[in-house]
Design a binder for this molecule. Sequence first.
Ligand code: ATP
Ligand code: MG
Length: 361
Amino acid sequence: MGKIILTGDRPTGKLHVGHYVGSLRRRVELQNSGEYEKIFIMIADAQALTDNADDPEKIRQNIIEVALDYLACGLDPEKSTLFIQSQVPELTELTFYYMNLVTVSRLQRNPTVKSEIQMRNFEASIPVGFFCYPISQASDITAFKATTVPVGEDQLPMLEQTKEIVRKFNSVYGETLVEPDILLPENEACLRLPGTDGKAKMSKSLGNCIYLSEEPAEIKKKVMSMFTDPDHIKIEDPGKLEGNTVFTYLDAFSRPEHFAEFLPDYANLDELKAHYQRGGLGDVKVKKFLNNVLQAELAPIQNRRKEYEKDIEYVYHILEEGSKAAREVAAKTLDEVKAAMKINYFEDKELIAAHVKRFQG
Ligand code: ATP
Ligand code: MG
């Protein structure tokens, strides 16, 4: 069996550079590697509604933004199926059956959900749908028989939950579902890119993002006011790298050729870091370099986005076709799931024959 990818994003805002280094950049590489039989990229609107139930308009407006960001980054509808979660109702049906295989206490232990509950002030009253979204994610992954899920580190608990559901399902109902593997970024800084405020994670919901489609002047403003080392006051002071967001971003984005182009006094990031730690290197110089790196990385993405923005109907067409194609695949898996659970009454001729015998002799 070939390798299959499923991954996606919630349409709660435009995509940001955290998404890019955490998952998007890798997806495009994997897409173009030719090593994957099928690639499914999902805009998770149903999941986004689990914590935005009172604001469906936000979700509705952001689907096109996420789709444009996908195409801008190089996801190619000829090679990858781009689709909208809610347009594949089979996923909801799978979720309902998987719910029976998970306990409430297991869901309560999920550390990502725990911190998201805190972030959203849901402690007093958690929407049931939100609490169950790890189960819905298991449906998304297994519906496409995904072998590989390229995502950021915050998704580790979701993949663990999915694996458990797959094992449980297969042991109770017989070998049906495929156990997926998570594919995390290789570069540590990309696992969970911090926000510009230095907080743990850049996140649409926290407003600490640099968006892929952000205007160059705005990116520069955000970079120049980024969190660094609060004790690095004078240029001659030695600086700390730990928790220094500017250096984390350089870890995630900079390559040796950026030094040759924008900061030729240093051969690579190690040299720049060593100088910062010794003292004598000011934050402004490092931030200016980071700004140049980010602008260089984002310029081709932004240019491609502008091209797609000229033909929005075509982008919707891509999503519609992708959703149809995704639905066919998910429907096939759902049929297999129902057959395994023996809830396929009308296809089960043996069952009907046995009942004929029972009641008609
Ligand atoms: P929300 O605040 O609505 O949850 P988000 O910014 O966390 O939005 P998601 O749509 O939840 O974004 O995440 C989509 C993908 O991007 C996931 O694979 C996730 O692991 C990855 N990702 C999100 N934020 C980061 C980050 N700061 N660093 C690395 N990867 C990230
Ligand atoms: Mg998230």
